[in-house]
Design a protein around this ligand. Sequence first.
Ligand code: OSB
Ligand code: MG
Length: 375
Amino acid sequence: MIDVQEVTLFRVRKALVHEFETSSHTKSYIEHVLVKATTADGLVGWGEAASPSDPFYCYENTDTCWQILNHYLVPTLLAGAFESPEDALAASPVNGHPFAHAASDMVMWDLFSQEQGVPLADALGGTQENVSAGVSLGIEKSIDELLKVVAHHVHDGYHRVKLKISPHWAYEPAKAVCETWPDVAVQVDANGVFTASDLDNQLFNDLDRLGLLMIEQPFAMEDLLSHATLQRRLETPICLDESITSLAALETALFLKAAQIINIKVSRLGGVGPAKAVHDRCHDAGVPVWCGGMHEFGVGRAANLAVASLPGFTLPSDLSGSKKYYETDVVDPEIIAHDGLVPVPRGRPGLGVRVLEDRVRQDALEIVTMKASDG
Ligand code: OSB
Ligand code: MG
């Protein structure tokens, strides 16, 4: 039984070591909500709501995550005791808001696996010791700048790079990276910037000739038909990120053959359990998956690594080492990539890493504590 007695929410801001621009926004810092829960047995679990601060990737933002956790999800956790994380998730009265749910679900999975005395990766049935990882790179000021950034990460041992693209930054940068590093796997991510009227755009044929690992989310999240139409024309696999919000959305995408690859994000799917369910379905269907990221701090990245240790994660994930993102991280040991591989944290039960609460408090803009006895 997981009997949560006290929960603290931390609104934490950390500067990115390198500014990040996508087709929809530019960020120089990340603001996530960290959740700490203490049980009647004295176990301490952590979770992270990795929502961007603005509602551009999806409708949630840091404020909505804070509100939904504060007013609904934390009171639900404090209201009773739960056998399993699935039971706790089923008790949530909130419709939607997957990034907020991901934080409370992660806390429950951390506590549940600690109760079982095993690392989260093992509680989930993870089989891999290391996760193959790449870097996700934003839109840069020039191709020269981009090549410098890629050179830095290739020097650090990464063998796969993902480039954010937009209508003004797509073929030329991708071609430059492919030509400069023929042995590096290159994929692109449009974050849904194109529309059905772009279907006949020469750009897609040009990209198709580059031998990319995949083209991620060219069209809007709802536009599965345009993805299916484009996939029929291209050799390059299409990967869906934003569109895959649930198992039901996945079924529709598979039925339409709208993608050959699925990006699994714990945040976008609303938790560790839902992410595992999408993995399991893709594994059965023979669809390769990889783990997407939202610039998580060490808490969320540890959970992502545990999920990515499942056997169907056969493509490199957006799970880089801490230093790709932040000067210092909030967990010990720090997450480190060697030669494009990141070890799955299994150093202790639960998330597998120790959360450094002092560091969390140092960077916290707002802290709130709620107790079961207050309810
Ligand atoms: O589409 O995968 C995306 C970051 C913010 C919003 C959307 C996305 C991303 C990333 C970051 O690509 C991946 C990472 O955490 O390294
Ligand atoms: Mg994406």
